[in-house]
Write a protein that binds this ligand. Structure first.
Ligand code: SME
Length: 162
């Protein structure tokens, strides 16, 4: 058990370092976000869909940005709608252990069993969201939340404040 935790810490630590390198690199911002999605999806076996939604504070909508995984029909989401929209409204991370038990949920396919949505904040406003779907039930634990909130902190500099 302890070894598993150590290994998780090691993997997440390496991914944070790599995320930082990508964020500071030479690609344009969209390319950087795409590389980070690809990196997370290929490195963590239960991260089956990884994507960013861009927030528009004026129209209160989320627009799909770079993602890695199957195409989704949810390219625009109003604040308050689905898990993403609720996280944008509440400005807090949502961890959904079992999506089948959620009433305010936008399905991206029958294989998705659990989801985490982490707001990316700048100057107290949600500028984007990091959304991850898993085909495993109850996939996201506290170490995932802590790790992904750090990823959100690293990438926040890639978005314009309100
Ligand atoms: N399930 C999300 C919609 C986005 S997809 O997961 C890519 C939601 O309920 O907001």
């Amino acid at each position: 058990m302890e070894n598993t935790q150590k290994e998780t810490r090691r993997v997440f630590g390496n991914l944070l370092a790599e995320t930082g390198r990508i964020a500071a690199g030479a690609q344009d911002n969209s390319g950087k976000l795409q590389s980070i999605c690809d990196l997370l999806r290929k490195s963590v076996p239960y991260y089956d869909w990884v994507g960013f939604y861009m927030a528009d504070a004026v129209t209160k909508t989320l627009r799909l940005g770079p993602f890695s995984g199957a195409p989704t029909q949810h390219t625009r989401i109003a604040f308050g709608q689905g898990i993403c929209g609720q996280a944008a409204e509440r400005k807090e991370t949502f961890v959904v252990r079992d999506v089948s038990r959620e009433s305010n949920y936008l399905s991206c396919g029958i294989h998705v069993k659990s989801e985490i949505v982490v707001p990316v904040m700048r100057e107290g406003e949600v500028v984007a969201e990091l959304d991850i779907d898993s085909h495993t039930c109850d996939a996201f634990t506290d170490p995932d939340r802590v790790f992904l909130e750090k990823v959100a902190g690293i990438v926040s500099c890639l978005f314009r404040a309100g």
